[in-house]
Ligand binder design. Structure first.
Ligand SMILES: Nc1nc2c(ncn2[C@@H]2O[C@H](COP(=O)(O)OP(=O)(O)O)[C@@H](O)[C@H]2O)c(=O)[nH]1
Ligand SMILES: [Mg+2]
Length: 283
């Protein structure tokens, strides 16, 4: 575990992930970009157009169940205006938005299908894939989309063997493996926010430092909620350890355990519903 106060990046992994993603992108007509709704700006890639090219994109603000929906609606509007792509909120555990997601990606893929037909080829189903940063809910979204239809259509010519397609509807096929958008945030503030929501490997940071930063941010924005949850006025790891009576042998405060719990409580939405980006601090 890292003890300094930084989130560490591994450039080698990034280059490899970008290369793999670019290969996968050549197979699809459109992408579903999954974003963590608690970080509507910070959990999207800075430079996503460089990565995705002109590929049409449906933006899903997933884990919306962990956010304040009124606040989230403001972000949806901003993201739609800035990207010119449709933006939907999503909760991977709930399938009521399923039909809308399917309808939107089919619509987004239609220009590519039309272009293919203009060359004299037959109409084929739209092919799409799910992309996003680690842990934003890509696999959950794929599961949700494929739950209703388990038909694997098998490997296609020119496609590596492990790429499997699932037929979602007569008009839509989904790549069953997600594209990982590599984490590359030189901006440490943003990197820390991604660590809060578990989008960064735990090897890259110290729980204690990240939990301290999280508490500062939550206190600045949602003070009363945190005070109420931890039953203390002192919203430091020490204050919370005291309030919970988390001690190690010898009677000292168990700061590591407190840090792990604060991160866990936050990530599971136990403390409350939060959004950690600011509408006026756009992308
Ligand atoms: N509360 C909540 N949790 C979710 C949602 N989607 C995914 N998760 C959880 O987030 C974690 C990461 O999800 P996963 O689909 O594996 O993310 P991936 O790494 O992007 O494929 C898992 O524990 C999921 O159960 C959601 O919409 N709401
Ligand atoms: Mg996954």
């Amino acid at each position: 575990m890292k003890k300094d106060n930084h989130i560490h990046w591994y450039p080698g992994h990034i280059a490899k992930a970008e290369k793999k993603l670019k290969e996968q992108l050549t197979l699809v007509d459109a992408v579903i970009e999954v974003i963590d709704a608690r970080l509507p700006f910070s959990s999207s890639y800075d430079n996503i157009t460089r990565l995705l090219g002109e590929k049409p994109r449906l933006i899903l603000l997933n884990k919306s169940d962990l956010t304040d929906l009124n606040e989230l609606n403001k972000f949806i509007k901003i993201l739609e205006d800035k990207s010119n792509f449709p933006v939907l909120k999503s909760d991977a555990k709930n399938s009521k938005d399923l039909n809308l997601i399917v309808k939107k990606v089919i619509e987004l893929s239609e220009p590519r299908i039309q272009a293919i037909m203009a060359k004299g080829l037959l109409r084929r189903p739209a092919r799409v894939m799910v992309v996003g940063m680690p842990n934003v809910g890509k696999s959950s979204i794929i599961n949700k989309l494929t739950k209703s239809s388990k038909t694997k259509t098998g490997a296609k010519a020119g496609v590596t063997r492990q790429q499997q397609w699932v037929r979602i509807s007569p008009q839509l096929e989904l790549l069953d493996t997600p594209g990982i958008i590599p984490m590359k945030q030189e901006d440490q503030i943003r990197a820390k926010k991604l660590a809060f929501v578990n989008a960064v490997s735990e090897n890259a940071y110290s729980n204690e430092n990240v939990a301290r930063e999280l508490l500062l941010l939550l206190e600045s924005k949602y003070k009363e909620t945190i005070k109420e949850f931890y039953k203390t006025e002192d919203l430091t790891l020490e204050g919370i350890a005291k309030s919970r009576n988390w001690l190690i042998s010898g009677g000292q405060l168990d700061i590591e355990r407190t840090a792990v719990y604060v991160l866990k409580d936050f990530r599971e939405g136990k403390i409350g519903k939060f959004i950690l980006d600011e509408v006026d601090n756009g992308i």
